[in-house]
Design a protein. Structure first.
Length: 50
């Protein structure tokens, strides 16, 4: 049986990566895709998809 663990850490990391993603889109558009893996990974972990 899995223990219930808080996803607060993953939500914080999701918003940090989202801020990085938005910053890259605004200032360095050609590099925005570098922040996509972090954003999507921590979003999925925050939703407990895996």
């Amino acid at each position: 049986m899995e223990a219930n663990q808080s996803t607060t850490k993953y939500w914080v990391l999701t918003f940090i990566w989202l801020a990085i993603l938005i910053t890259l889109v605004v200032f360095y558009r050609q590099f925005f895709w570098l922040a996509l893996p972090g954003t999507t990974t921590y979003f999925a972990k925050a939703l407990r998809l895996f």
